[in-house]
Write a protein that binds this ligand. Structure first.
Ligand SMILES: Cc1ncc(COP(=O)(O)O)c(C=O)c1O
Length: 367
């Protein structure tokens, strides 16, 4: 097992301290009675629209914003992604920020891929621990940085990197995590609904779930909703409920959102067709772009990019493509490194083969 026993022990000790101080937070269902606790100042949250019952939130999960919908969905998501436990956050940003900022102290170390998402970077900034980046997807670089790491160690990586569609070498990263007794936090935002059987993610695809300290699945990408889940051990989830500020001090997702996410997971369970159409579109894009000699970063994911460091040209090409009826956006610094500005193409199951081919042909004329 790569999950460091010392970190698990540390989490448990912290929780025991909370029990001793009688301050352990748990997720309870709303108490009944006249509402003097929620933030539902105008009663809007009690409107019965889609669900024929109250759909609003009314407060944080620890006060009035918890419900059976939240708890049942967390169980469903944990089961789907093969995890012991699960906690829903209001967004992927808040999930990354919450876990990374609260899990380590100043004697510990975070080692992160240079291309990790801004939300993880902000989590690092809020954390008191030491941190070092390693070269993107470079196992030797990770190995070298791990040699310098002290205390409990977290390795922060993403299954699919959002700006170039590269996939992390999770098997090798797990090997290294075992060697250095480090813990992996894996952001599966762009793998959710895309990678593995029914889009369960990279860890499940490689059968490595039990080797990962925490997985973050977001609902704002393939699931078409908003929110995120952190998957991990029961102790980790209890720890987050007690220490992750971005979970504690915010209004919970309203039931209407929870219902949407629940529905999206049911769709995902039956999603064989959409996922195979998406994969066939990815293959078609790569094949056609290569045939047309387009200089792009090939990826086995929906994210394909074409580097165009000349910003004027990049913006001009995007505008021209927009005029031709293609929704494309230029990606600029600081989202990507200077000199690596690009057009980022996101493929979908519902794009037709004709649309993909004409996208490539029109782009080729402008490049
Ligand atoms: C890799 C990655 N992690 C986290 C997030 C944040 O997710 P959310 O949009 O749900 O806040 C994003 C969104 O762009 C992302 O690309």
């Amino acid at each position: 097992m790569s999950i460091s026993s010392t970190l698990e022990e540390k989490i448990k000790l912290k929780l025991e301290e909370k029990v001793k101080q009688n301050s352990l937070r748990t997720l309870n269902l709303n108490i009944k009675g006249i509402d003097f606790s929620s933030n539902d100042y105008l009663g809007f949250a009690k409107k019965k629209i889609f669900l024929n019952e109250q759909i609003g939130s009314t407060g944080s999960r620890l006060i009035s914003g918890n419900s059976n919908y939240h708890l049942k969905l967390e169980k469903k998501i944990a089961k789907f992604h093969n995890s012991e436990s699960c906690l829903i956050f209001n967004s992927g940003y808040l999930a990354n920020l919450g876990i990374i900022s609260c899990i380590l102290n100043r004697n510990d170390t975070i080692i992160y891929d240079q291309f990790i998402h801004a939300s993880s970077r902000d989590g690092i900034r809020l954390s008191n621990s030491k941190s070092f980046s390693f070269k993107h997807n470079d196992i030797d670089s990770l190995n070298n940085k791990l040699k310098k790491a002290k205390g409990n160690i977290i390795i922060l990586v993403e299954s699919v990197y959002s700006m170039n569609g590269s996939i992390c070498d999770l098997e090798k990263i797990v090997e290294l995590s075992k060697k250095f007794d480090a813990n992996i936090i894996l952001d599966e935002a762009h793998a959710t609904g895309v990678i593995g059987e029914k889009g369960k993610g990279l860890a499940v695809k490689l059968n490595l779930e039990s080797e990962i300290f925490a997985r973050i699945h977001t609902f704002g990408k393939s699931l078409g909703c908003c929110g995120a889940a952190i998957l991990g051990s029961k102790s980790l989830i209890s720890y987050l409920i007690n220490f992750a500020y971005s979970f504690i001090y915010t209004t919970s997702l309203p039931k209407v959102s929870i219902k949407m996410i629940d529905n999206a997971y049911t769709l995902l369970k039956n999603s064989k067709n959409e996922i195979s159409k998406l994969n066939s579109n990815i293959e078609l894009f790569k094949e056609t772009a290569m045939n047309y000699n387009v200089n792009f970063i090939p990826s086995n994911t929906p994210i394909q990019s074409i580097i165009i460091p000349d910003i004027d040209l990049l913006k001009l090409i995007s505008k021209k493509m927009n005029k031709l009826g293609f929704k494309l956006y230029p990606i600029l610094h600081p989202t990507v490194e200077r000199g690596k500005e690009r057009i980022r193409i996101c493929l979908h199951s519902y794009n037709t083969h004709e649309e993909i081919k004409s996208l490539i042909m029109e782009l080729k004329k402008l490049l």
